[in-house]
Design a protein. Sequence first.
Length: 354
Amino acid sequence: MLFDPRPKTRREELFDREEELEELIEATKKYPLTLLLGIRRIGKSSILRVALNELNGIYIDARELYFESGGWISSSSLKKAIERSLNATKPKWRKELAEILKRIEGVKVSGLEIKLSRESSLTDVLLGLNEIGAVIAIDEAQYLRFYGARGGKEFLALVAYAYDNLENLSFVFSGSEVGLLHDFLRIDDYTSPLYGRAYEEVTVEPFSRDLSKEFLKSGFEEAEVRISEGEIEKAVEFLDGIPGWLVEFGYSYIHTKNFKEAMEKVLRKAEAMILGEIKELEKKSPRYSLILKAISLGLDRWELIKEYIEVRAGEVPNSRLASLLRNLEKMGWVKKEEGRYRIIDPVVREVISK
Ligand code: ADP
Ligand code: MG
């Protein structure tokens, strides 16, 4: 169902995005490393999962791994995640996979269940995966900077090893926090394990206005719910082309059949999601939420933002403010154009400005 609020996994469930899918699938064939980039709720996980459904590969959500292991990812928790991902693959492929992996020390196979014991090594598992040929997809991969004690460097070294030696493996790293993902991989930095490696980037953009309307219409048609052209227009006007919000609206409208109520529901849900994300930001610096608030209120230039913050939280050195703003750009919250800052997602702007 188009308005199902979970990430899509099959091509029939995905609206449009044929181009992005083809680009991604082709890239995995040509490049050992592909980045799938775009802001939150734009549809990265859906595109990634649909692609994986058509390729042989494993899927790991690094963000989930980060939260479930309490903010630090150990090699044993990564191993557990890989084990889960192996066991979530399609039965036919898993059977072949199990045949190969069971020859590796520390890997046990019973029926279709693959178990990685403490003695198994990640390198050996990669060797096994290389033998069969696999895509290793890591969603929100910037969270792997919390792997191990050295900013994820051991993980990058493993990827670099696979890049150089295991030619049947292809990695896809997706990221909402595009700048943070680049900072983590540091492909331009000669001290990074991945220095100088070639890779492909696939960027996911919002739907155009017309495509957004098309999307809503198809979803309502599928659900056999009638809605006026004007209401579709208004919804797109407000939610822009971000599929995550369009789906929330469609889903709520199907249940309420009332524009105002549906929109209020979307905003309440958005508020809960966004406030959760901002709470994470505030752990890093309480100034982040003040900056976002200032920008959402239309204070879009450096001086105005600085004044807003200083009145409320005391002096902030220019260098500090610059770094906070740069981080907000890297995390995909704000964008700077011609010296003015804006919040990229209109729903985020609406929620924060309240
Ligand atoms: P991201 O990983 O970029 O945050 P998701 O793939 O989780 O985005 O998508 C957010 C929401 O939007 C999900 O509910 C998903 O079902 C929906 N969605 C995204 N892209 C599409 C699409 N092309 N067709 C249908 N639903 C989509
Ligand atoms: Mg996602």
